[in-house]
Design a protein around this ligand. Sequence first.
Ligand code: DGT
Ligand code: CA
Ligand code: CA
Ligand code: ZN
Length: 578
Amino acid sequence: MPRFNNQYIAKLFADIGDLLEIKGENRFKVLAYRNAADHIENLSFDLYDYWESGRDLRQIEGIGQAISEKIDEKFKTGKLGFWDKLAAEIPPSLVEVLAVPDVGPKLAKAMWEQLGIISVAEVKAAAQQGKLAGLPRMGAKSETRILANIEALERRETGRVHLGVAWPLAMQIVAALKELPEVLHIEPAGSLRRMRETIGDLDIVVATEKPAPIMAAFKKLPLAAEVLLTGETKTSLRLSNGMQADLRCVTPQQWGAALQYFTGNKNHNVKIRELAQRKGYSLNEYALTRESDGEPLFFADEAALYEFFGLRYIPPYLREDRGEIEAAFKNGLPAGLAASDIKGEVHCHSTWSDGRNSIEEMARAALAKGYQYLAITDHSQSLGVASGLSAERLAQQRREIDEVQARVPAIRLWQGSEVEVRADGMLDFPDEVLAQLDYVVASVHTGLRQDRDTLTRRALAAIRNPHVKQLAHPTGRLLPRREGGDFDLEQVIQAAAETGTFLEINASPERLDLPDTHVRRAIELGVRLIINCDAHHGDDFNNLHFGVATACRGWASTENVVNTRPLEEFVGLWKKNR
Ligand code: DGT
Ligand code: CA
Ligand code: CA
Ligand code: ZN
């Protein structure tokens, strides 16, 4: 029998208290379990030793008859019948849901009973889809607050947020400060400017002759929760979401060197500084200084600084010390691409599954983006949490897509499906159903904790299916916290290259999947990449730039990304190699 330690037993009783509370049990009973948990957690001796020596558990504060019997059963048999019965009634994972601030037992219960929610990840997804607002005593405001609480929990765990959280904050700060007449230049620098997938803190750089009013305005921003440090040219704030934001003011002549320095990353900067030293200069955040006579050299912009070293301008998204400086010497930097190069998307959702807009709304949103084509790819049947479509519902949906196509002829619409690759490795629809679809996207959403072989086999089966044109979000990671599945990505990338299956760069800031490093490998092997927002709402098409940045960080150019092609050419690429 395992010797359960005090922490284990305390957690067990705390969880029982939580589950009983969700169940709606009498308050005193709930409190009794929590009280016992508290006392056990704070014991100065080992509970198991105490029990083993045959002493009476009821002598311990907080432990009465009922709880002493349960401890006895657990220590004797390794099990607790009471817990098993309770866990069969109420999913124990709801305890984790209850840990989210503003989620009380009543709400946890309603989310579980009415929406089938049993994990924090599902609470988050439901909040994003506006599904919580409809619950009793809830509304859009409390839904937004719960979502923010979950993001704060994630930030506390990792110290980082994803771009979807950091980007709008940086834009808000920059927009507010830009109004000031003293601001000559302003840029968000650091990891955000490099469009790294997660952000630790914000770094804003300003060129000005008069920093004081800018510092004052920064401290007074509605977003500012606390001033952490403030000086003449630097101020650090704690923002209301818990993130830190640093503002640095430099003179206009220092601008080029400062922006370059604070953009990073650190290793890229170290390499640039070495170049300076080799030329007999030292480089800091303000200027280059000739070591022989201390003469400073200033740069009006970053391009001038790179040019001084005989380098092509290196865009921020490449500054990760991944060979970009060597490439810039040889004029071998990738050309990159822009959001405006993307001509359409083939992975989005409508109210037919877990999307929030109708097919027509999605079509019009895509058209407003200037897109030439859009495939509606609602989830397939086995993805119950996302209201996946059966083959019958797919047939009905086809009619609606045809109707919308007639009303919105300016954009080409396709019927697709985001077909689940089931845990057993089978696709969620038989080939006959897949054959009727215009465009098939395969995804692994479930069973991401399977072992490497099983997971990889599932991905390969999808890639090798002749109907599957694209593998969506290949790793399944969720930023900033959940690692993707343990796929053998090298094999996945090779199979995609062999078959001509498109690998997605999912532009949702929670995914950015393929990750940039694997984008680079995919390009080496000649994989055809595709960037999609996986939009669940028309506004989600605005995430495109995150996906484009991820492609660029993986050294992609337009020729690597198939949906930079206009309609006819894009369709011409659908044919697979085998
Ligand atoms: P983050 O905030 O963790 O997402 O990442 P960054 O890259 O924004 O890092 P941060 O905020 O610590 O610093 C911003 C930039 O300042 C960084 O990218 C490069 C520059 N920097 C910071 N510390 C150093 C340093 O010790 N040496 C050099 N050369 N540059 C530095
Ligand atoms: Ca930073
Ligand atoms: Ca910083
Ligand atoms: Zn999707």
